[in-house]
Design a protein around this ligand. Sequence first.
Ligand code: BTN
Length: 259
Amino acid sequence: MEEVREALRPGLPWTDLVCLAVTDSTNRVAMEMAENGAKHGTVVVADAQTAGRGRMGRRWVSPPGKNLYVSLLLRPPVPAVDAPRLALVAGVALADAVEAVGVPAALKWPNDLYCGGRKAAGILAEMASDADSVRHVVIGVGLNVNVEEDDFPPDLRGAATSLRICAGKVFRRVDVLARLLDAFGTRYAEFIGGGFASLRDGWDRRDFLRGRRVLLRRQGGEGWGTADGLDTVGALRFLPDGGPAVESVHSGEILDFRR
Ligand code: BTN
């Protein structure tokens, strides 16, 4: 962890780095620490997770020695309604970091990073708020760094990838983590200063879904349509099949897409 600390530029928000050999979930640990008063800028990293949490109640496969499992504890000065955008901010920062180590990255709304057409990372944002103000947000990032094809359970083969699979070489995880913390610090400052609009370019040029047919699940149901990029607040612009107009979707999941 000293290597990570030394690699960080001054001025970044990271205050405490907590490094665990194994835990159930770094998000769970960070949420508990937040409830107990841990500072804005606390980072929790684990070498392995026994109950890594994914979105929609799914598991996040978290073997030791290969990947990054990191949770960032933030106390952002934004209204509760804007806090979920931090997951998009994390996506842009993650893409910055992955590209900085030489792997081209794409972003699939809302919370996935794709490399070579397959998912290499996922982001899980959890938050606690009072009325309309945010108490804390935990941004969890799981990035497949050095896992190989055979390391994935059968149900993930063909759908998941890693930096190593894409680039054909092994990466130092501390380097990737240092890049991520650096990029997130920069992107977070942009977001606090100017909202999602100020980092929208960073999303647009890596938008995996733009122009594709997608199956969207949102409150009220599921349906196919065409993804048309993100608007200035980070909502998905979605033209439903047969629909008269593009709609702004603030939260939802893409269940399927056409290549
Ligand atoms: C997804 O479903 O795509 C989101 C996966 C998020 C996984 C990360 S690993 C670090 C952090 N701790 C967790 O338990 N989950 C997140």
